[in-house]
Design a protein around this ligand. Structure first.
Ligand SMILES: Nc1ncnc2c1ncn2[C@@H]1O[C@H](COP(=O)(O)OP(=O)(O)OP(=O)(O)O)[C@@H](O)[C@H]1O
Length: 262
């Protein structure tokens, strides 16, 4: 389990997280949702220790994250930020190999198991035939899938993803979200994923944390949290939330609640 207790994070004098407390259950997928600029990325960066907290603490299985060394952290937690960069000349295969560096560099290089993991990760994202391609020759969506493969090959107990389906076409949005689901269902990994599409959250995650004004506004199982009242309170938009063919759906009432101009 990952727990965040009374976390306060500022940028300069501007507070972004103002005493945030939340537990992320082990082996479950939690969607982190909220309006633009509410602090979702900031929370992930603060969890990873990339931003200093003015107050509060993050614990991984009861152990303060601050006390976990960088190599051990890389072996235990994979983090995929919103924007990822690498040198243009790097090939996809080279990128994937970097994923296991914290795990295998002390052992003198990747093992057969590591190499199998690299291959599997590329197969899962549909890029097995592109391992020799330079990263700058891939499309935006293919690059995003490459980074997801890199994260998969890191093979950690916990995975944090910041808007992983941006740039992806519909098929790969579903494929990647299905994969994220599998990470918890089959492999028992704990996943926190920042999403904007609440319908992806209802279809592929267990729990939802709604963030606004530097605080958690609502948190719990998807079916309890994705309600028209919560969505209106947090996002300021009127929606219908209903079940169709066993799936919970959330659709905005376009005519009533959105400014539509002719
Ligand atoms: N490096 C920074 N320096 C100063 N302010 C920042 C910095 N990064 C983010 N902010 C500000 O902190 C607030 C939270 O930003 P953050 O990126 O965490 O939001 P978010 O919820 O992830 O947004 P989005 O949905 O648009 O990706 C915003 O007001 C943003 O302008």
């Amino acid at each position: 389990m990952l727990s965040v207790h009374d976390l306060v994070v500022h940028y300069g004098n501007t507070p972004v997280l103002t005493g945030l407390t939340q537990r992320f259950a082990r082996g479950r997928v939690t969607a982190l949702v909220g309006p633009n600029g509410c602090g979702k990325s900031t929370l992930l960066r603060a969890i990873m220790g990339f931003l200093p907290a003015a107050r509060g603490e993050v614990r991984l299985e009861g152990q303060p994250m601050r006390g976990i060394g960088r190599r051990e952290l890389a072996r235990r937690v994979a983090y995929l930020p919103q924007e990822c960069h690498c040198p243009d000349y790097m090939t996809l295969g080279e990128l994937i190999e970097l994923s296991g560096y914290a795990r295998y560099s002390l052992a003198g290089g990747p093992s057969d198991r590591d190499r199998a993991l690299f291959r599997q990760s590329l197969e899962i994202v549909g890029l097995a035939d592109r391992a020799g391609s330079q990263m700058n020759t891939l499309s935006g969506g293919q690059r995003q899938r490459a980074w997801i493969a890199m994260m998969l090959a890191q093979d950690t107990e916990m995975v944090l993803l910041d808007e992983p389906v941006n740039h992806l076409d519909m098929k790969y949005q579903y494929a990647v979200m299905g994969l994220i689901r599998t990470l918890s269902l089959r492999h028992g990994k704990t996943v926190i994923v920042v999403l904007h599409d609440l319908n992806l959250a209802t279809a592929f995650t267990d729990d939802v944390v709604m963030l606004a004004d530097g605080q958690v506004q609502a948190a719990g199982p998807v079916g309890e949290i994705i309600t028209a009242a919560n969505v209106e309170r947090v996002f300021g938009i009127v929606t219908d939330v209903f079940t169709r063919d066993g799936r919970l759906m959330c659709l905005p009432r376009l005519i009533d609640s959105l400014p539509v101009t002719a």
